[in-house]
Design a protein around this ligand. Structure first.
Ligand code: DCP
Ligand code: CA
Ligand code: CA
Length: 411
């Protein structure tokens, strides 16, 4: 088997997640253009999740509610609950845990964020293929699967998306030889069948819909997942990679959305990830260092060896609040007030986590963002789950960051 095609990896990502949570809470929002906003004092609140019905009007995350209403007058809004003067995400975290619970029935999961998880389905796919004993798989087992790159040939002008999807699946299945259970493409196909079942189970148990990507590694699975959202899944085979990568912006690739991606496009003067294949491994190492260079050499060929970890829980418990523009905190009293509010939230979530997950936090990290977007972080040990103690430790850590001087009333 050629390198990089040994595994079957899936990424499941919930569609407009916070929005679906609100739609389950208030069924009147279902099937309507709607959005979730945080706070409402300024411009009706900032939008953090958008239903697909509203997206077709151009409504997007990051807009103010007033801007969105201008694009879509019938837009309905749901508000993030608040506690202690800040957004309270408990409702979404609990919904996330419901989803992760269902996914865990199928394989070990790596929780990647509040609404997505990776699964290594290699073992399950192999087992199911053994049970199949060479019988072919039918298209009815892949009712929401797109096969990336198929159907081949020029796009017919008036074909509906669903019709193209079906033709793609048919072409794909016709190309497989079912007598070789070690065939990577066959294993991916069985992975896709399992993911179809998983997504049905998630919707049945939680009412939430999701999309998924099925491929040989985490990078390709993540990319695949976004190709046919919402409520659909996409299989990316290794043979579809060159075509897919030839027009895929570098920044769309997992881990290349930030500074590294920008450095790649600048230094190599490329736009698409596929263009990086023109460079030798040594050239890439010269520009980006030995480790990153080699990693990139593989990555632009669709190869990524990062294992799917077995991690069900978030690694850290964090809470934060932004004070943009003129709301920036200006006195020591204000800083103390909000630190205490954050500490209170932390205390309650830590206590809940300890009893639910039988673990204790070791380290407290305090991050502050100052004017000009400068960030600064400090650490200390967590000794007790006590808001007053967390608050005073946190304040001690950042006290000397006060531009007005550590003992000034001003901040
Ligand atoms: N979220 C947020 N602020 C951000 C990004 C995300 O509050 N800057 C929250 C709201 C989202 C949820 O996290 O509903 C999941 O984020 P996604 O990026 O996966 O986006 P959605 O699930 O909303 O939409 P999509 O269907 O495109 O995945
Ligand atoms: Ca999502
Ligand atoms: Ca996500």
């Amino acid at each position: 088997m050629s390198r990089g095609r040994e595994r079957v990896v899936a990424l499941v990502d919930m569609d407009c997640f916070f929005m679906q949570v609100e739609q389950r809470f208030d069924p009147q929002l279902r099937g309507r253009p709607c959005a979730v906003v945080q706070y409402n004092k300024w411009q009706g609140g900032g939008i953090i999740a958008v239903s697909y019905e509203a997206r077709s009007f151009g409504v997007a995350r990051g807009m103010w509610a007033t801007e969105a209403r201008a694009l879509c007058p019938e837009l309905l809004l749901a508000r993030v609950p608040e506690a202690r003067g800040k957004a309270d995400l408990t409702r979404y975290r609990e919904a996330s845990a419901e989803v992760m619970e269902v996914l865990s029935r199928f394989a070990a999961i790596e929780r990647a964020s509040i609404d997505e998880a990776y699964l290594d389905l290699t073992g399950s796919a192999r087992e199911r293929l053994r049970e199949l004993r060479g019988r072919p798989l039918g298209a009815e087992l892949l009712p929401t699967t797109f096969v990336q790159g198929l159907p081949g040939g020029p796009d017919p002008q008036h074909a509906a998306k669903e019709e193209l999807r079906q033709r793609g699946v048919q072409e794909w299945l016709a190309s497989l030889s079912f007598d070789n259970p070690d065939c990577p493409d066959l294993q991916l196909t069985m992975g896709a069948v399992i993911v179809e079942e998983m997504r049905v189970a998630v919707e049945k148990a939680t009412g939430f819909r999701c999309s998924a990507g099925i491929s040989h590694n985490k990078m390709l699975a993540k990319l695949a997942c976004g190709l046919n959202k919402p409520n659909r899944q996409t299989l990316v085979s290794s043979r579809s990679v060159p075509q897919l990568f030839s027009q895929m912006p570098v920044s769309n690739i997992r881990n290349l959305g930030g500074k590294l991606g920008a450095a790649i496009t600048d230094i190599l003067e490329v736009e698409y990830i596929g263009q990086v294949t023109q460079f030798s491994e040594t050239e890439l190492q010269t520009h980006f260092g030995d480790k990153t260079g080699s990693w990139l050499y593989d990555l632009c060929r669709g190869i990524d060896d990062e294992p799917v970890k077995n991690r069900h829980l978030p690694q850290s418990i964090g809470c934060s609040k932004n004070f943009p523009g003129r709301t920036a905190l200006a006195t020591q009293k204000e800083v103390q007030h909000w630190l205490l509010q954050l500490a209170l939230e932390l205390e309650s979530r830590l206590i809940k986590d300890r009893s639910q997950n039988h673990r204790v936090a070791k380290q407290l990290m305090v991050v502050i963002r100052m004017q000009g977007d400068t960030r600064l972080s400090r650490f200390c040990a967590v000794t007790r789950y006590d808001a007053q103690k967390i608050y005073s430790d946190a304040f001690a850590l950042i006290q000397n960051c006060n531009m007005a001087g550590a003992h000034q009333a001003a901040w």
